[in-house]
Design a binder for this molecule. Structure first.
Ligand code: G1P
Length: 297
C-alpha cells in the first residue's frame, strides 16, 4: 500500500526576471491567464488531486501571494451588499482552510533543489508532491490527479514526462529511459540540462513530481550541479542509483511553459478560447488578425 499524498510544495521564490519590468512589483505567480493568476491553476490542480496541505517556498517581495490566499473582508462585504453573488463565488476558490497553507522562506536563490529542501520540516517523513506553477497543464483530468492514480499502483517516485524536440532538451531535466510507448517508464538515470547532443532521451521532466522522503534526504546531501545550483534532478538521480524506484509518467494534456513569454501568450490564447464567455469574440479577432497579417505579407 502506498501512502496517500496530501502535502504539496510550490516553489515560488524565483525572481521572474524574464518578465521584467512587470515582475518588479508583481510576483510572477500572480500574473494572470485570462482572469486567474498562475498560482491558482496549480492550487486547483493540487486540490483536485487530494492535496490538503500547501507549502509555498517564497522569498522577499512575494507578499502579494500571501494576500491573494487571504480573506478580503471589505471586498466581500461590498460585493454582498451589491448582490454580486457570481463575483463572490469566484473569490471562493481563493479561500483556503485555516492552516492549510504554510509559507517558508528561501533566503538565498540556490536552486530548485534547495527551494524544495527548505520545506523539509513541514514534509517530515511523508511522500509529497511538487508543482512548478510556471508549467500550466490543460487537461480533462488534472495532471497531478493522473499521477496520483498511477502512483497508487506503482509507488516509488513519479515525475511528469513529455517529449521535447532534441534542440530543446538542454533546457530541461532529461530522463534516461529505454525506448517505450508505456505511460509509466522506469528510469535508469536523469540529467539536468544536458549539453546539446548528450541527452539520454528526448523525454523531459515537466513540473509535477510525487517524491519520497528519501529524495528530500538526498537534497540535503547533493552538491551544486547545472548552473551552479542545487538541482532537484540530482537528488532524484541519486534515488534512481540507490533504489531504481523512479518513474517517468506520460500525462495526458497540453503543457504551456508560462516561464517564457511565448508560452505565456500561447496559454492566454488557449485558455481564452476554452472559455465560453470569451470564445466567439476572441476567435473572430484571431481569424481577422491572421488574415490581415497574411494579406500584408
Ligand atoms: C526545472 C527543472 C527541470 C524541469 C523543468 C520543467 O527547470 O529543474 O528539470 O525539466 O523545471 O519546467 P527550470 O525551468 O526551472 O530551469
Amino acid at each position: 500500500m502506498t501512502r496517500k499524498v496530501t502535502k504539496a510544495v510550490f516553489p515560488v521564490a524565483g525572481m521572474g526576471t524574464r518578465f521584467l519590468p512587470a515582475t518588479k512589483s508583481v510576483p510572477k505567480e500572480i500574473m494572470t491567464l485570462v482572469d486567474r493568476p498562475l498560482i491558482q491553476y496549480a492550487i486547483d490542480e493540487a486540490r483536485e488531486a487530494g492535496i490538503t496541505e500547501f507549502i509555498f517556498v517564497t522569498s522577499r517581495g512575494k507578499g502579494a501571494l500571501e494576500d491573494y490566499f487571504d480573506r478580503a473582508p471589505e471586498l466581500e462585504s461590498s460585493l454582498r451588499a451589491k448582490g454580486k453573488t457570481a463575483l463572490l463565488e469566484t473569490l471562493e476558490a481563493t479561500n483556503m482552510d485555516s492552516g492549510a497553507i504554510a509559507y517558508v522562506r528561501q533566503h538565498q536563490a540556490l536552486g530548485l533543489g534547495h527551494a524544495v529542501w527548505c520545506a523539509r520540516h513541514l514534509i517530515g517523513d511523508e511522500p509529497f508532491a511538487v508543482l512548478l506553477p510556471d508549467d500550466v497543464i490543460a487537461a480533462e483530468t488534472g495532471c497531478l490527479s493522473q499521477m496520483v492514480e498511477a502512483y497508487a499502483e506503482t509507488g516509488g517516485n513519479m515525475i511528469a514526462a513529455m517529449e521535447v524536440a532534441p534542440e530543446k532538451a538542454s533546457s530541461y531535466g532529461i530522463m534516461d529511459v529505454p525506448p517505450s510507448i508505456s505511460r509509466v517508464l522506469p528510469m535508469q538515470g536523469m540529467v539536468e540540462k544536458p549539453a546539446p547532443g548528450t541527452q539520454p532521451s528526448n523525454l523531459a521532466a515537466i513540473g509535477r513530481y510525487i517524491l519520497s522522503p528519501d529524495v528530500m534526504r538526498h537534497l540535503g546531501e547533493i552538491e551544486p550541479g547545472a548552473g551552479g545550483e542545487l538541482q532537484l534532478t540530482d537528488a532524484i538521480a541519486r534515488e534512481i542509483a540507490e533504489k531504481k524506484n523512479v518513474y517517468g509518467f506520460r500525462f495526458e494534456g497540453q503543457r504551456y511553459d508560462c516561464g517564457s513569454k511565448a508560452g505565456f501568450l500561447q496559454a492566454t490564447v488557449a485558455f481564452g478560447l476554452a472559455r465560453e464567455d470569451l470564445r466567439q469574440e476572441l476567435d473572430e479577432f484571431l481569424v481577422d488578425m491572421v488574415a490581415s497579417r497574411h494579406a500584408a505579407e
